[in-house]
Design a protein around this ligand. Sequence first.
Ligand code: MG
Length: 310
Amino acid sequence: MNQSHPVIQNDVLEGFLGPRRIVFIVNPKAGVNLQKHIRESVEHHLDHRKFIYGIWHTEKAGHAAELARKAREEGYDIVVAVGGDGSINEVASVLLHTETILGMIPAGSGNGLAMHLGYGRDIDKAMRKLNMATVQTIDCGQLNGHPFINLAGIGFDGLVAKSMKGSNWRGFLPYFLHSIKAGLVFSPHPCTIETEDRTIVEKCFVVTVANGPMYGYNFKIAPDARLDDGLFSVVIFKTVPRWRYFAAIPSSLQGKIYEAGFVEHFTARQVRIRCEGANFVHVDGESIEMAGDLEFKMIPQALKVLVPRT
Ligand SMILES: [Mg+2]
């Protein structure tokens, strides 16, 4: 059989002669199991003239990073994390400073980064967006050596991450209920926050160091955060009566959290947090145990990402 490939016009393929190799790394335990139809979605919605695909499932914690490393070594052009911010974190952590491009299909509990980039919540639609996506290079953060792509920090949200960790019940409702519970039981400790140009001592309900602007479910914690400006947005919730945090939820959904009186925010390249008492730390929404000072470092232009066209 003597057939020639169709001529394809696509930025994604710029500089490439043939279809790109893409692999989907699927976390079967992420979110509310939207990813169970991933194979059908790939077969029906991915443009097979542009991509040659593989679908790999993770079998244990940490496996996504292992599979992403294998994909990189085998010369895949694009590695797609199918899961939430936690799955993206694992995959991205082995793609930093490489030519391998990160893609994502939102299937987690919190899909903050995918929502921000415009993938939406629907797996099939997100799959079609991959067909016409462009490549952008974004910054990453590092917390005591652990890379993060979206958000990291301590406080109330770290406690929510910790309580979600022990639970198999995923989705908006448990997230919401855990947040209310954490909102009631979390007790803020005095923190010292140092950046290259300021020192703040404050009893903090939340300290977020943001590369991207939002948690899952459209909660924008750092509406001004840009993924490619070489800066973190640091957002502090000072201690006020708790009802005021709950009352600020609507403004957070509208991207206006900075208007709340208890919020302080600024940008920084480097952040150190020292906190008295128990630290509830999260890195891209995953609870992590860390003792001592928390050192955040910006790694500019570290990761190539597929971004849907708007
Ligand atoms: Mg930034």
